[in-house]
Design a protein around this ligand. Structure first.
Ligand SMILES: *[C@@H]1O[C@H](CO)[C@@H](O)[C@H](O)[C@H]1NC(C)=O
Ligand SMILES: *[C@@H]1O[C@H](CO)[C@@H](O)[C@H](O)[C@H]1NC(C)=O
Length: 250
């Protein structure tokens, strides 16, 4: 609903503008204005991260020239909002290379315009601009339940929340999750929780006969050395700070 607000304002404002400007112009055969995906997303107001990625990778420019060329079949964009990016595990995006970041963006783009009804009956997997869906690595599948349309990557499932924009060239849909392709993030979902050793250390007296390797681990961590070291480090820092303060005050 919030998203539509700027579009609604434009719709209300445009009749007055068009009346004024059409009157003196006899020829209505003006070329249609170029569609600018970045500008459309900026109106939405909640796509800061997605827009930044489109700009830094230069994919935004590429997509705009793609949809405004004559031979286009249009484009479909699944736009994750800022909350989608903020709820990603830390360093998810930093863990990929520049090239992979481009693939991640292109995974959110289909090389044809697909309306929501068409999407509901589309055959899987969808062909994204990231390519290689046959190998299963960049497979994006549609799953429909009633009127609810979801996108399934194998890592995440994102429900299409609403249509942000639709014209003859581009359809932009709001999703509440970043579409993480298997090719780049297949291990991130299960492997993101590796604190097993800590659990072992915190419960050393479980009575379970453990291997000598794990008991060695417990012995090392149970020493008082870390505490002593921490205290010494803290004192050192405090002393240093006092010295700096004294030095600055003169
Ligand atoms: C598209 O919109 C963005 C953001 O408003 C702007 O920076 C860019 O120059 C525009 N591109 C074109 C081709 O007009
Ligand atoms: C698209 O077609 C129009 C005429 O139909 C032409 O004037 C224009 O140069 C073409 N644009 C591109 C990018 O090919």
């Amino acid at each position: 609903m919030n998203l539509l607000y700027p579009l609604v304002v434009l719709t209300i404002a445009s009749p007055r503008v068009s009346v004024q400007y059409l009157m003196p112009q006899p020829s209505p055969a003006t070329p249609p204005a170029a569609t600018n995906i970045t500008a459309i997303l900026e109106m939405g107001g909640e796509f800061t991260f997605f827009i930044r990625l489109l700009k830094t990778t230069l994919i935004g420019n590429q997509l705009n020239s793609q949809i405004n060329s004559n031979s286009t079949q249009g484009l479909t964009v699944f736009a994750p909002n800022d909350h989608s990016f903020l709820s990603l595990p830390l360093r998810t995006l930093n863990s990929v290379s520049d090239q992979q970041r481009i693939q991640l963006i292109l995974f959110h783009v289909l090389p044809i315009l697909i309306t929501l009804p068409q999407l509901q009956v589309a055959s899987n997997p969808l062909r994204t601009q990231a390519g290689a869906s046959d190998a299963g690595q960049f497979a994006l599948n549609v799953s429909t339940f009633g009127y609810q349309v979801s996108l399934v990557t194998g890592v995440v499932t994102a429900t299409i929340s609403s249509t942000i924009f639709l014209n003859s060239k581009v359809a932009i849909y709001l999703v509440y999750k970043v579409l993480l392709p298997m090719a780049l993030f297949s291990s991130s979902a299960p492997a993101a929780i590796p604190p097993e050793p800590e659990k072992n250390m915190s419960t050393p007296a479980s009575g379970v006969p453990t291997s000598s390797r794990s008991s060695n681990t417990i012995d090392v961590s149970a020493g008082i050395t870390p505490n002593a070291f921490l205290i010494r480090t803290a004192s050192y820092i405090l002393v240093s700070l006092s010295l700096v303060t004294i030095a600055l005050s003169y």
